[in-house]
Structure formats: structure tokens, C-alpha cells
Write a protein that binds this ligand. Sequence first.
Ligand code: UT7
Length: 331
Amino acid sequence: MSHRIPAKITGVAGYVPPRVMTNDDFAKTLDTSDAWIRERTGIRERHIAEKGVASSHMATEAAKLLLAQTGTDPAEINMIVVGSVTPDMFFPATACLVQDRLGAKKAWGFDLSAACSGFAYALTVGAQFVGAGTHKKVLVIGSDKMSAILDYKDRATCVLFGDGAGAVLLEPAGANEGILDFHHDVDGSGGQYLYMPGGGSLNPSTHETVDKNMHVVHQEGSNVFKYAVRRMAEVAAELVERNGFKNDDLALVVPHQANLRIIRAMQDRLGLDDSKVMVNIDRYGNTTAGTIPLGLRDAVAQGRLKKGDLVLLMAVGAGFTTGSILLRWAY
Ligand code: UT7
């Protein structure tokens, strides 16, 4: 059964901070190399936000660009949903900070935590309100300052991530456009493989939690890798098939950018050539909730999306969470 939502993306924008950190920069302080990072992950460089710049600031920059580009008055926005695992603070929600800075006086909003699937989850949630007819313009943002929660002495995690944000505008869709179907699931048994143990209600911040290095990303990379390879391909194929399409009907897949080898494994299983798969991990690394909207932004900029195109968004992340959306590009 498919789950059409009569909501469509009518604009996309993104923001990455100006400072670039290359693989060679890591090699100055860690036992790593540009060759290892490129071959094992596909990453060449990532952007890192300065001190004092948080997820809300990047989200606001992306949203401002989006509003300008779509000619949208901030007062027209009804709702703001932000996917992030690096909110500025526990509360208030990043969405509230963004709402205030944009002057989106008629919007309500909230944050949503689904790690690398955060943007896909937020898109489906935001779209439900548009599809229900109660909301006309919804801002969906994925924003993460991963550099704030990395251990820059752990070569197995710190080289993988970057900072960035992307935003889309959702509006009501006509008959043959917008979101055709979505699939989301959770396998909580995978939570042990990718997590940040400190700072929450289980392990509130203390000198001890800092000494034990609990405020950074902990990952068992190969378990996450295997799960992502399997689920990205399985879910993508299932969504395409249950909507009566063939893999070849896809004009573009915009996958979460965690590792180029994960993306290529999915691509091979679907039998797609490079022109049908968006890749920008080389420039941004894994920006968690930022990857899919940044991928859409770059695809639009490169002229790779046109009205009517069948597009698949596909993410797997910590949790484990899985998020996938099949849509017809609407502009
Ligand atoms: O966004 C969702 C979440 N994250 C992901 O999807 C990430 C999924 N996992 C991965 O992308 C990969 O597992 C990694 C890139 C994290 C690691 O690649 P791998 O091919 O699975 O390597 P490995 O963990 O099996 O490690 C192989 C070796 C190890 O050395 P030993 O034990 O064989 O001596 C690591 O210590 O590579 C070493 N290594 C490195 N060497 C140089 C790990 N990181 C580095 C590094 N530079 N940066």
C-alpha cells in the first residue's frame, strides 16, 4: 500500500559554514591520510562552523535563502520542523530560535530527533499537515553542527562528519506531483552502535562524564555500515515496486551521504548509473540531517531535477532509523 500525501516541495536552499577542513588537515594531528579517507569514505573535505555558530544559525541562514528564493513572506509560514541531533540546547527547540530570527510570527514548530534520517522524518511529518489541508506553507529543515559532538582524537569518527543545513518549503500539491509514498521504520536494537551517551537525563553532564569522553559520537562503524547497505537498497526497491515503477523510472536518487561505498552499494543493487545518484559527500562529509536537503540543493543547481521527475530520498541513521520518500519533482 502506498501513502500519497498531497504536498510538494516548492523550493530548496542550503547553508554550509565557510571554513573548510581537508583530509590533509586531519593528517597533521592524527594517524590518517587523505588516501585512506577518500578510499574508505569518498570524503575530501567538510565545512566546520566557528565557535558561537550553532545549528539554529545554519538553519536560519538556509531558511532565509529559501524564503528569498521562493518570494515567501516569513508571516506566511505556518509551521517549522527542524531535524537535528545537535540542537543549540535541550530547550527551547531550535525551531523556536529559527522562528524568532525569521520573524515567522504565525508559525508553530518543533524539533525532531532521528539522526541521519532526521530530514526525511521531518519532511514526512511536515507534509502530513500540508496534506491534511490545515497548513499551506511548512518549512522543513535539517541542520547539524556535528563538529560540536566529535572527538577530534578519534580518527574513526571525526573524519566522517561536517556541519551544514538545508531547508525546503512544502505547499499543497496537485494530482500528479509531490509526495507519492514514504516509508519509515525504527530498529531500536541498533541504538548501541551509534550514540552519544552523555548530557541527557541518563548521564547528566558532570566532570566525570567529561573525563569519560561521553559527550561525543560513539560508533561501531562496521555494524552501522552493514545495516545501512542492506536497508538503503531494500527500502528503495520496495518503495519503487509498490508504486508500480521500475528502478529505471527513477530520474534521481538523493541518498543520505554517510559513506560513498554505502551509496554505491545501493546504486548497484538498484542498477542505476552515476547520473541518477546524487553524490556530494566529497565536499561536505556527513552533515547528518543536512545531507538530503543539501543534495537536493546541489542537484537543482546542477540542473539535474526537472518538473515531473521521479525522485527518491533515502536515509538510514542512528537508532537505527530509516527514512525514505518517493516524490514527483514539482518545479
Ligand atoms: O550516517 C549514519 C552513520 N554512519 C555511517 O553510516 C558510517 C558507517 N560506517 C562506515 O562508514 C565505515 O565503517 C567507516 C568509514 C567508519 C570505517 O570504515 P571500515 O572500512 O569499516 O573500516 P574499519 O572500521 O573496519 O577499520 C579498518 C581499519 C582499522 O584499523 P585496524 O584495526 O585494521 O588496524 C581502523 O582503526 O582502519 C582504521 N581506521 C583508519 N585508518 C586511517 C579507521 N579510521 C581510520 C582513519 N584513517 N580515519
